[in-house]
Design a protein around this ligand. Structure first.
Ligand code: NIG
Ligand code: FE
Length: 414
């Protein structure tokens, strides 16, 4: 069954090429376009009339269309939000002070341990639906609020169930090394042992994770500890993504580059030394460590914004993600993130678009699947409710410009 989506005034994102540096300001698009879809995949993209090839034609009546957004860094599974910490911060407490006093990630871990798998799944499902309504059709979700063997596995099982329940693309990341539980405060290496010797073998055997991650940061995991987690993860076949340089220059970029991690995320504190390491991590085929920036964190924690403008000018392929989580970034909309990227980091709308589509897909090594509307890619696309939508997304902060979401060529019931 071939379905033709016709009457598209402008189709954005018609190239699968990862965008580095100055290329980020270019978005490939086709005017007066049609998309031919079969078995959930794009069969053709054209501005010619090919309706004779289709079994069914769906006329989109002059709307603009773009590929679904790819959110490559989220913590979507958690028990409850932490608005009380948000208010504490408004009154002057810092994120690090709250964490040191047992709040933050440990607060979420305590609550998650007492919450059943079903309850976690129901709460996360509502959030995933909200993300789809904002245009996200591929999503990475991390564990990391369990911090015990049982609770980490519980979280990853919830992510597995989300994968099975939603038609969008979901990838799971094991982040057992997210924080040290209270009882390990004085013996942090013992907790690293628990992660690599007790958690990882079960997670690998049950195929519960697609990647591994570690919070390499002042007050959290040292570079040596992060290295160990990533190296053992690699032995189990898990590629890595790293939380680094959020609160200070933490060595996270060095750990990522040394281990050929797929991405290093946060980078609020990042100098030319790190940009250079990242740039040199790329080989001639474009394989390297992608820098993922998370402006929601800077917005909520009043941190400096990652130097995304400078990194793009330096030639790097920047990615944007929400980091959706109950502590540092309770923002689930990649539309909002595009707006923050433009106003706060001086990215152009085109750069922001590439950073949430093809570059984001690349940071998950999914660029053949998602992040563009090209022959062979999944037919995951957004029908917009306005013209010039690419620029109006960052312009209209807080407005949802997504009218309809198609996943594998099938309209998602929003
Ligand atoms: O990416 N930085 C570490 N982890 C999360 C925050 C988690 C939390 O505060 O619950 C982040 O910002
Ligand atoms: Fe995060």
């Amino acid at each position: 069954m071939k379905i033709l989506f016709s009457g598209i005034s402008k189709l954005y994102g018609t190239s699968r090429q990862v965008r580095f540096g100055s290329q980020m300001d270019e978005v490939k698009s086709i005017l007066n376009a049609s998309i031919l879809v079969e078995n959930g995949r794009v069969l053709a993209v054209t501005s010619e009339d090919i309706s004779d090839q289709a079994d069914q034609v769906i006329n989109l009546n002059g709307a603009e269309v773009m590929p679904g957004f790819v959110d490559s860094h989220t913590h979507t599974v958690f028990a409850v939000p932490r608005e009380e910490e948000f208010v504490m911060r408004l009154k002057g407490a810092s994120y690090e002070e709250i964490a040191a006093a047992g709040g933050g990630i440990l607060n979420s871990a305590q609550k998650l341990r007492r919450t059943s798998e079903d309850e976690l799944f129901d709460a996360a499902s509502v959030r995933v639906r909200n993300m789809i309504a904002q245009g996200t059709t591929a999503l990475e979700i991390k564990s990391g609020y369990g911090l015990s063997v049982d609770a980490e596995i519980k979280m990853l099982r919830v992510i597995k169930k989300l994968k099975e329940s939603f038609p969008i693309t979901i990838r799971a990341t094991f982040l057992g090394a997210h924080a040290f539980p209270k009882e390990y405060k004085e013996k942090t290496d013992d907790y690293v042992d628990l992660v690599v010797k007790d958690m990882l073998p079960i997670i690998a055997a049950e195929e519960l994770a697609d990647h591994i991650d570690v919070f390499c940061e002042r007050g959290f995991f040292s570079s040596d500890q992060a290295n160990r987690v990533i190296e053992v993860g690699a032995k189990y076949g898990l590629p890595s993504k790293i939380h680094g340089n959020q609160l200070a220059v933490s060595g996270g970029v060095q750990v990522a580059v040394r281990n050929q991690s797929w991405s290093v995320d946060h980078l609020e504190h990042c100098t030319e030394v790190e940009w250079n390491l990242l740039k040199n991590s790329f080989d001639e085929d474009g394989n390297g460590t992608m820098p993922v920036v998370l402006p929601g964190v800077s917005y909520y924690l009043d941190l400096p914004y990652a130097p995304a403008r400078e990194m793009i000018d330096y030639g790097l392929p920047v990615v944007l993600a929400t980091d959706f989580n109950p502590g540092s970034s309770p923002v689930h909309s990649l539309q909002t993130v595009q707006s923050l990227a433009c106003t706060q980091m001086k990215m152009t709308p085109e750069e922001a678009f590439n950073a949430v589509t093809i570059n984001a897909a690349r940071s998950l090594r999914l660029e053949d699947e998602v992040g563009s509307i090209t022959v062979g890619s999944r037919a995951d696309f957004l029908v917009m409710n306005q013209q010039n939508a690419l620029q109006r997304i960052p312009y209209y902060l807080g407005q949802n410009l997504v009218k309809e979401v198609y996943i594998g060529g099938v309209k998602f019931d929003l």
